[in-house]
Design a protein around this ligand. Structure first.
Ligand SMILES: CCCCCCCCCCCCC/C=C/[C@@H](O)[C@H](COP(=O)(O)O)NC(=O)CCCCCCCCCCCCCCC
Ligand SMILES: Nc1ncnc2c1ncn2[C@@H]1O[C@H](COP(=O)(O)OP(=O)(O)O)[C@@H](O)[C@H]1O
Ligand SMILES: [Ca+2]
Length: 542
């Protein structure tokens, strides 16, 4: 289709006291000063070219609202008549659009246009609003919102009331708000209540709170579909509802990874524009039962112990992890397990391939999975048996303040794989060197001989809790005694929730859920000079 075919509305309007040609295309809106054409309002000459122009995709328009402005001429008239203010015809409108202010942070920018008359103004508002309502953008209309008042720095209610509610109101989103009264409140609500009226469920909280939504929604979806228990072979059903998070917790890795920053306003804008990204989910099984679902980090050993200890220091807020992390590091513990895993068959994809998952990621979109195939019949299972300090399964990159590049920087949101990171038995100093690199942005954190990494589709974890038989000890009668030494057991840190079962089977489900978020943008590639190719003016100049 010719670009010009997509023009829905084209008028000369006043913006910043100058005549501007404003064009509404089906995918974006463009405005700027003209280099030729008449200046008279409502008239322009073809062909026209913009001298300088700006363009905003429809997707990135938060709202269009009428703007009551007293125009200069009316002001004069009113002043001469001695009238302070009369009810004015609305001849101006305000576009509220996404503005990027750096570091993946989004804000709202207001752009005001004055129209020749009220009719033209109404036409513009209707035309833009009808594009915003179009199903192709998938903007949510009804959300179910849970707020955890005790997460992170305990500011979630304030964040919602002061920053998020006004934005949802502006965008025309109706949100039913539930401030949770206990742990699992949101989980149980999702499992039991009627959710038909909602387009999505969001929370203001941390990863633990998000895990409640995730587990509630996935259980509910399987239950409604008649899947009650499931082994690793079961094909799970994708939920209709989308999930979203506004950061109000401690680590906020889910939101940091999918929006590039833990900023409440940025997250609210990602939700409002309705863009979604598919996200891989791990199901954690024991026998034929699913114990839990996990999207970010599933960790045993060091990070499992840090979580258990940190719960005792919840009053410290997010800093509790540093304190517990330090305490755990001081006491070195070693664990042992047998881990079998099914590695990604495509050797181009691995945790050290240097790739990054950006919005519209080609790797995520191109990877093929044969979901129907049996995992057990596969003879490609490999086994690791040994001692380690930390074992992590990282299903999304897990960016956060503690690790801005991510715990596994080359992991992807929706490639269908999880990365196993095993920090094998080593000195405390060596483990710290590895963690230091996880925190820093520069060097390969896996470039140590004691760190082993694999990109896998599924794994089985069997803790070994007793040392092998030790025959070297003789008892007082000189008889050889078989002795076993107790090894330390840990628990799992599953998206920040404790899981006490040690033996587990884990499988990754490719893009099982959809999250309201664009995924991070490659800021070097954001176009600023030219708008989309369908822009008439730009394509004419190219
Ligand atoms: C010395 C530098 C240490 C840098 C350590 C970087 C490790 C970063 C791991 C981040 C894990 C991110 C994965 C997501 C986890 C969350 O699901 C989950 C729950 O989140 P929520 O609170 O929002 O509900 N969060 C966590 O489990 C937090 C784990 C954080 C562990 C921090 C460990 C700090 C270690 C400090 C050691 C200091 C030794 C100093 C020696 C002189
Ligand atoms: N009203 C509540 N009282 C106590 N705990 C709650 C409440 N609402 C949610 N929770 C629980 O609090 C835990 C931590 O929440 P989260 O929002 O992730 O904060 P943080 O990131 O600080 O851990 C979650 O496990 C969640 O189940
Ligand atoms: Ca993944």
């Amino acid at each position: 289709m010719e670009a010009a075919d997509n023009v829905l509305l084209k008028t000369v309007l006043i913006h910043n006291k100058k005549n501007c040609l404003v064009t509404l295309f089906s995918t974006h809106i463009c405005w700027g000063l003209m280099s030729c054409g008449a200046d008279a309002i409502g008239q322009y000459l073809e062909p026209f070219y913009y001298q300088r122009h700006e363009s905003v995709p429809i997707q990135e328009i938060i709202a269009i609202t009428p703007e009551k402005i007293q125009h200069a001429q009316e002001k004069k008239q009113n002043a001469s008549l001695g009238i302070e203010l009369i009810s004015l015809e609305t001849r101006s409108f305000c576009l509220h659009v996404v503005k990027r202010v750096g570091g993946h942070r989004w804000r709202v920018r207001k752009v005001i246009f004055d129209c020749p008359d009220g009719q033209a103004c109404g036409d513009w508002i209707d035309a833009v609003q009808s594009r915003l309502n179009s199903k192709e953008y998938g903007r949510p209309k009804h959300l179910l919102t849970f707020i955890n008042p005790f997460g992170g720095k305990r500011k979630a209610v304030k964040i919602y009331e002061e920053k998020i509610e006004p934005l949802f109101y502006l965008a025309g989103i109706a949100s039913e708000v539930i401030v949770t009264e206990r742990a699992n409140h949101a989980h149980d609500y999702i499992l039991e209540e009627d959710l038909r009226h909602y387009d999505g469920i969001i929370c203001v909280g941390g990863d633990g709170m998000f895990a409640e939504l995730l587990n509630g929604l996935l259980r509910r979806t399987q239950q409604d579909a008649g899947i009650h228990d499931a082994n690793q072979e079961t094909k799970l059903v994708n939920p209709r509802l989308k999930l979203g998070v506004i950061p109000g917790g401690s680590t906020d890795a889910v939101v940091y990874t999918t929006c590039g920053i833990n900023d409440p306003v940025t997250s609210a804008l990602h939700i409002i524009i309705g863009e979604t990204v598919g996200v891989d989910v791990c199901s954690i099984h024991q026998e034929n039962q699913i114990l839990r679902y996990c999207v970010s980090m599933l960790a045993y050993g060091y990070f499992g112990d840090v979580l258990i200890d940190s719960e005792k220091h919840r009053w410290m807020g997010p800093k509790r992890y540093d304190w517990s992390g330090f305490k755990r590091w001081c006491k070195k513990f070693v664990y042992e397990a047998e881990i079998s895993y099914l590695e990604c068959p495509d050797t181009r994809h691995h945790p050290r391939d240097g790739s990054r998952c950006f919005a519209g990621c080609e790797i995520c979109n191109s990877i093929q999975h044969s979901e129907g195939e049996s995992l057990y019949s596969d003879d490609k299972w490999q086994t690791f048996q040994g001692r380690f300090i930390s074992f992590q399964s990282i299903t999304m990159p897990c960016r956060c303040d503690l690790s801005p590049n991510g715990v596994s920087p080359s992991q992807h949101l929706s490639n269908g794989y999880t990365d196993l990171i095993i920090a094998k038995e080593c000195s405390q100093v060596d483990f710290l060197r590895h963690m230091w690199r996880v925190k820093s942005k520069t060097t390969d954190q896996f470039d140590f001989d004691f760190v082993e990494v694999h990109r896998v589709k599924a794994f089985k974890f069997r803790p070994i809790l007793e040392d092998g038989e030790d025959e070297e000890n003789d008892d007082s009668n000189g008889r050889q005694r078989l002795r076993t030494r107790q090894l330390r057991a840990s628990s799992w840190n599953c998206d920040g929730e404790v899981l006490t079962e040690g033996f587990i089977d884990v499988k990754v489900h490719h893009q099982l859920i959809k999250l309201f978020a664009r995924n991070i943008e490659d800021e070097r590639q954001l176009k600023t000079d030219f708008c989309e190719t369908s822009c008439y003016s730009c394509s004419a100049r190219r």
